[in-house]
Design a protein around this ligand. Sequence first.
Ligand code: FNR
Length: 387
Amino acid sequence: MTNYGDFQSEIFLQGLAGNPPSHPIAFADLERAAAECMSDTALGYVAGGAGAGGTMRSNREALDRWEIVPRMVRGVTSRDLSTEVCGTTMPAPVLLAPIGAMGIVYPDAEREVAQAAAGLGLPMILSTVSSTAMEDVAPELGDTPGWFQLYWARDQDVAASLVGRAERAGYRAVVVTLDTWSLAWRPRDLQAGFVPFLTGEGLANYFSDPAFRAGLARAPEEDVPSAVLHWLAMFGNPGLSWVDFNWLRQQTSLPILVKGVCHAEDARAAVDAGVDGIVVSNHGGRQVDGALAAIDCLPEVVAAAAGLPVLFDSGIRGGADVVKALALGARAVLLGRPYVYGLALGGGAGVLHVLRCLLAELDLTLALAGHASPAALTPAVLARRSG
Ligand code: FNR
């Protein structure tokens, strides 16, 4: 068992030896430093959101409205942060969120991220629109679990092929993202006239896919623009229905989770459709502007989920946010933008730094608030800020 908070002593000892941390510790500093080293277009793509950014702001404001009520003298010498979700055990309740097209941020991005995840044993969820094909990322994970995030293509043969490949490559769950069957109105990308996919960035899983390639007159290596157009025509599936999950279930023996659920009725529909888990998320405010903060959807989804594991993302920036999400019923959280900023600053080493900081802060916050494991967290450990 690791007390992740010990990273604090390591940092101080290194500092004493004249080696202060080479990457920022506080999220605001991390964000600022990453912004300085990223291209304008990459920064706009990663940091930007839908519309006026209202949902992104709400995600943070709503997390801030929940407050932890610390308890004292509770025997928290050693902590156990480990948890299990859909058959995947993890040393702490943190997964790396699927982030597409990370190649615009750092060379060989997904392999760098996978190495960092493997350094701590934290599961990585690989995006369908990754810059490196899933089979080439999987070996970097070693024994560390990888999950595959599915954008359910309109072409069912391609959807089936992607899922089959993920299972064969060793990924241990399929996370179907429901909220992004089309890109939203994202002013920063629109102003820059930039979206990675139009040049083929982020399409490695498609370009390497036999079912996708079967629909092309010329191979992607010979004709990228035509391959991109073919992809555009099939990327999203606005007509998806819950009944289609019967079909998906026949394509794979892996657990199936759905990501992007924000309403109790959708959670109930997901349960009835036979999924194995639910991710409460508004995609970090990148899809529907003016939407409810994701954390404010969490309790009602947990109540409707009939005991299925519920994960959470959208706004997690530090250890206290993780404690709050777990207290409101999440089994684990997905970390998004913060690790991408670490990637921008230092590749895999930068991601590892961000993850170690998060785990240390989570461990210390949990213990200082009087709890020794995620299981001890219930809504009773939180209060709602008045006013
Ligand atoms: C995402 N997200 C995402 N989700 C998904 O299911 N598939 C994907 O390919 C992507 N791609 C992606 C790219 C970028 C640049 C960002 C910032 C986000 C959403 C991601 O998984 C997660 O839901 C959010 O990042 C959570 O919000 P915060 O905490 O990062 O603000």
